[in-house]
Write a protein that binds this ligand. Sequence first.
Ligand SMILES: [Cu+2]
Length: 409
Amino acid sequence: MYGYIALKLLSAVVGAIALVLILRGLLLIRKRSEPGTRLAIDAGVAGLALAAVAYVVASVPLPLNFAMPPTMHAMTMDRKPASLPIPAILDFLSHRDRFAKVADVGRDPNDVPAPVGARAPQTVKIDVRAKEVISEVAPGIFFNYWTYGGQVPGPMYRVRVGDTVETTLANDPTSLHPHNIDLHAVTGPGGGASVTNVQPGETKAFRWLAKHPGLYEYHCAMPNVSTHNSHGQYGLILVEPEGGFAPVDKEFYLMQGELYTMGGIGKKGLMAFDTQGLIDGTPSYVTFNGKVEQTPRMKARVGDRIRLFVGNGGVNLVSSFHVIGEVFDTVYPEAAIGEGSAVFKNVQTTAVLPGGAAIVEFTVDVPGKYLMVDHALARMNKGAWAVLEVEGEANPAVFTALEPETAAQ
Ligand SMILES: [Cu+2]
């Protein structure tokens, strides 16, 4: 129980004695007055070496899976390291040519499926493909993303409550790792993960009943789970309530996520995965839709009613989701839908939990650029922002800048 503490104490005591012996020996050599000086110095050096060994042995960390559920030990970090840890770097480099190079890994927020609407329940097929790719977090900064469908987040899916959903997961033959899928909309073991473990080149399927309306995250739950998630394996599935949602002018799909890379923010080149950063919850990048946005893709006209499907792939940070210059007139907190669910009105910032989602709605009244952010604003420095561009006629009744002389009156 006290082994490592005893070793550290031993290290300190032996080290101190050894230093005294060495210093004393060196002083005596200067004076040339004492026999046995050389022996004392040798003993000091040996003592220092012993202290160093004791310190190293006492400092060896516990395996990273030691507190994980026992069923997940088999492939957690200490035995099967993350994609680009130093021990696996040769493995990765020897396979580097097999990965697809994706020009833009960031999924377009406009990539929202058409509403289901008022149809009756039916059987729906969903085909998902796990694929490991190389793409840019920002210009010149490359990362080995693990994805669904080659982009982050994975495709948004849309069904209705009462649908039977046949979900097929294929793992692309170019992948290096096994993957699976856990859909939070599923009621059953692992949300589907327990029956969809697929090796590269393999395909598995399962069927489930969409019992509960809501906006749900799906993600890879292959151990080590947080490693797979933080490489980009997450997305959203919307289970519409009976009758669907009221129509709006624009719907957008956004997911916050974290990237853990060695070398710090802005370091160019292919980034190694930062396992310790993942454990400590210190991502180098926090993004909307997988990368630092380069070109605004969300566009609307003055007067448009907007609906955002917002998720958080995590894995560590709660998102304080906010649109600068707007008020959400309607929020479905935690993306809860259905009889008895709360609907919030006039919300400035809403929480989006890791592994959770929210639906927010507002109408844009004034033209301009609107930044969507995690209002833990230091994360903007890490990429947690996306732009909504609104065009149209000025609306001075709602917002106008005042000239100095007007302001003085
Ligand atoms: Cu995976």
